[in-house]
Design a protein. Structure first.
Length: 410
């Protein structure tokens, strides 16, 4: 008996008991669909993390002020103004791996347009900030070095601030108040969405760093040209860990820190944050897929159970086939093909359900999912392997029946 005849007999046997066959396949369908959906959701989460990192800026290291001690109590990171604009310029000048070093100061202020007002974060930055943070201009223009020198009253708006103050109107060229100072809007920023920490990156106003010090945040911020942080963009292909070490050495040298003393600054390597988040997302995706795979095992046990029942019900048929010349391997092939057919059809239907479920999650829950061919092929292949594994024992049992005993079975 060739394989095609075995497939025809297997399909005919499955059609006789359609409801039982459908219920048997249900475990495989649910298992395959769950695996595909969970992998798609996990991949989507990893993709969102990568997009958030790109939104912050690629190859980015953040240099922040260190801590200070008052009365024996350490006040925490950022409590001491230890970083200056000159430090930022020295990093870009003396370390060849540094592509851009952008100092910035920040503060929370009230902004207004007519009777509409909004509380937001103001950043005083230099032109290098846009390169370091990989932040493009959506409309209008950026400010120039001359704006820094003259403390020009110009500003660029994040998407959230622009829509909150101006609605659908074009803000370019409009006059707005930041605190009590009138500013001209010269540009808007490309939307970035949420950061890794859940904050809205578009709820921001950017202005020249000198303007922020002298006109908005107060003279105290401008003392000794100290800054709140420096965004350092490292050139592509450079070793981030090595560059971080070079930055630390240069800063300790500039700040004349003795060898036995702690740093008066802190460094945060966002590439390490990316790697950590990606690894956590990957492990979570594998965990979800592993949990979903339990459904496949349950489905395989269901196939074995039904095939054992089928062997018992068709014992006389098996004896008759053997009596007219069927060999043990023919019986083995027939029942094995039935088990594989159940698993394969269940796998195909599970793929359709899994893809549909992933699309539904992306549409209704607004969660990113990423479908690819690899998990689909893996799930269907695993379903086929389940059919072979759990179908082999019933098929082997059927092939070892003695014709005389099978014909006498009632």
């Amino acid at each position: 008996m060739n394989i095609f005849a075995s497939i025809r007999i297997a399909l005919r046997a499955l059609q006789i008991n359609k409801l039982r066959s459908a219920l048997t396949m249900l475990g495989i369908i649910i298992g395959v669909a769950a695996v595909i959906t969970m992998i798609a959701v996990g991949s989507g989460a990893q993709q969102r993390i990568e997009e958030q990192i790109k939104g912050l800026g690629t190859n980015l290291i953040i240099l922040s002020p260190g801590s200070t001690t008052i009365g024996g109590a350490r006040m925490g990171s950022g409590s001491r103004n230890t970083i200056t604009e000159d430090d930022a310029y020295a990093l870009q000048r003396d370390i060849t791996a540094v592509q851009a070093a952008a100092p910035s100061v920040r503060g929370t202020v009230q902004v207004a347009n007519g009777t509409t007002n909004w509380s937001t974060v103001v950043y005083g930055v230099t032109p290098e900030y846009f390169e370091a943070r990989n932040w493009a201009i959506a409309s209008g223009k950026s400010f120039e070095v001359a704006d820094i020198t003259s403390s020009a009253k110009v500003a660029l708006l994040g998407d959230t601030v622009a829509s909150s103050l101006f609605g659908d109107a074009d803000p370019i060229g409009q006059i707005m108040r930041i605190g009590k100072v009138p500013f001209t809007v010269i540009g808007t920023l490309q939307p970035k969405g949420q950061s890794l920490y859940g904050s809205d990156q578009d709820d921001v106003v950017l202005m020249p760093i000198s303007t922020a010090r002298n006109r908005v945040l107060g003279q105290g911020v401008g003392k000794l040209r100290t800054v709140g942080s420096v965004s350092i963009k490292v050139r592509d292909g450079e070793d981030m860990t090595e560059v971080e070490s070079q930055i630390r050495d240069l800063m300790r040298q500039r700040h004349r820190i003795q060898q036995d003393r702690e740093d008066d600054f802190s460094l945060r390597n966002l590439s390490e944050v990316l790697a950590t988040r990606q690894e956590s997302s990957r492990i979570m995706g594998l965990l979800l897929a592993a949990v979903a795979s339990v459904s496949l095992l349950v489905g395989g046990i269901g196939i074995m159970n039904i095939m054992l029942v089928s062997v018992t019900e068709r014992t006389r048929e098996i004896g008759l086939r053997m009596a007219v010349g069927a060999r043990g391997r023919d019986i083995l092939t027939q029942f094995l093909v039935e088990a594989i057919t159940l698993a394969f059809i269940g796998g195909v239907l599970g793929v359709a359900l899994g893809v549909g479920g992933s699309i539904a999650i992306a549409t209704w829950v607004d969660w990113p999912v990423q479908l690819s061919v690899q998990p689909v092929v893996m799930a269907v292949g695993f379903a086929g392997a389940i059919g072979i594994f759990f179908g082999f024992y019933p098929a082997r049992k059927a092939s070892r029946l003695l014709p005389i005993e099978a014909l006498r079975y009632e």
